[in-house]
Design a protein around this ligand. Sequence first.
Ligand SMILES: O=C(O)CCC(=O)C(=O)O
Length: 278
Amino acid sequence: MQAAHARSAIPTLGSDADPDALYATLADAGCLVVTDALPLAECRRIERELASEMDVARVVEQDDPAHFYPGRTRRVIGLVSRSETVREVILHDLSRELSERHLGANCERVQLHVTAALSIGPGARSQVLHREEDLFPFFPVPRPNLILASMWAISDFTADNGGTLLVPGSHTWGAEREALPNEVASAEMPAGSVLYWLGGTLHGGGANTSNAWRYGIILTYSLGWLRQEENQYLDIPPEVLTTLKPELQALTGHVMHGGLGFSTANVAEAVEAAAGAS
Ligand SMILES: O=C(O)CCC(=O)C(=O)O
């Protein structure tokens, strides 16, 4: 009787909601839309900062249905070194609060896991439903808390322009349970909203049957001792690293986690040296 458990609504709260309510809702449904989280001026600034990369991002016109990433989409990664505004969004209080609540008990410090600008174009198919934590198959599903994901709406997200598909409640399911069509919901949210989902929640990009591109920034966070999905050590050049706020250097993994991550390079010294040289 899987259908009896169906609950396809994605809860929505305002960014002024109490943090206890925000996390309790997210932990219960496995996903949550928070409205009015980012001023529209910042959405436009992100678009401008990433425009030169997005404009030349390769768009695969001939979709391969077996491919994890659908065709007719644009994807730009390595956002820490590409957008100053995204750097601020990575450090947004809401994300820090929710990632700390979701992951804090299992690590000394949360880290940045993935950054990407994702634009879904007209005619793109939906993506296969997956869990962010599937890259850690060594734990049985449902896994311990490893990841928290966020998708910042730079454009409006609708059911027909590729709004992210989610399966509320699927973070508690075993591996054998597949989502029924009526259990899948589209994240519909105006630009400036943010969608959060847990690493165990089934999700994927939606199909775009509209005429416009859907534009979002995905930022995910993981336990500080896990291997990051995106290699921040290679994607952030030293001359950018030394300009980052100390909390962002820590979040990108450039500070030791307990006894993990020692190196002959020491960021604190590098920052001091850079300051002295200017
Ligand atoms: O674009 C989206 O809404 C979700 C993208 C996603 O889940 C992915 O690329 O893995």
